[in-house]
Design a protein around this ligand. Structure first.
Ligand code: GRF
Length: 219
């Protein structure tokens, strides 16, 4: 049985598209059975419709309190028999009780190497800071924003000619590879949340070194 998975979006949905493409294969261990958005006009909903996946819109602004919005989300995912939730550009903070209830079964992707550059304007801030490598992180969600334990990361070198837009484009391409791969590991049960860290069975490290600027790596 594949793990019944919901994806929560608010916008463009390019990560959703990558997850849907992976989940289209019956050999993939997660099956996306519901796409939820808090924004009716979210472009990403079209990807779900094209893939024939049920969509549901729950507008946050129709609830006076965050708890009520969270409860509506929770009811929707419960009704669909969801076991795992992926946030993919979902632009609402979820309240503590929702996050606690789904602890270990709620994951997110963030376009930086966490714990660096939490929050917004990440690519601008990475370039301004002068770091030579950025990337993206799939992590378990905990109540504090972008602070949950990393599951998997992809490193993307920053070129001296990079703008926030050009860096965002390369990091987004890395996200589209990383998120389906990380969800696969979670759905297979090869990684789980334990004592505030992502713990793997048979963790194999990439083993390579990424040096940027590359000429420094000449021996
Ligand atoms: C991605 O950069 C993701 O890391 C961040 O929000 C963006 C969503 O993009 N959390 P998309 O909607 O998946 O195209």
């Amino acid at each position: 049985m594949r793990v019944r998975t919901a994806v929560l979006i608010s916008g463009r949905g390019s990560n959703l598209k990558a997850l849907l493409a992976a989940s289209a294969s019956t050999a993939y261990p997660a099956e996306i059975v519901l796409v939820l958005s808090n924004v009716e006009s979210a472009a990403g909903l079209n990807h779900a419709q094209a893939a024939g996946i049920p969509i549901q819109v729950i507008r946050h602004d129709s609830f006076p309190r965050r708890e009520d919005f969270d409860a509506a989300l929770d009811a929707a995912v419960q009704k669909a028999g969801i076991e795992l939730i992926c946030l993919a550009g979902f632009m609402r903070m979820l309240g503590d009780s929702f996050v606690e209830k789904w602890r270990g079964r709620l994951i997110n992707i963030h376009p930086s190497l966490l714990p660096s550059f939490k929050g917004t304007r990440v690519h601008e801030r990475a370039i301004e800071s002068g770091v030579r490598i950025s990337g993206c992180t799939v992590h378990y969600v905990t109540p504090e924003l972008d602070s949950g334990p990393p599951i998997a990361q992809a490193a993307v070198p920053i070129a001296c000619t990079d703008t926030a837009d050009s860096l965002a484009e390369r990091i987004l391409a890395a996200e589209h590879r990383l998120y389906p791969a990380a969800l696969k590991m979670v759905a297979e049960g090869r990684v789980r949340l334990s004592d505030g860290r992502a713990v793997f069975q048979d963790y194999r490290c990439a083993g390579d070194v990424l040096i940027n600027p590359p000429e420094l790596s000449n021996r």
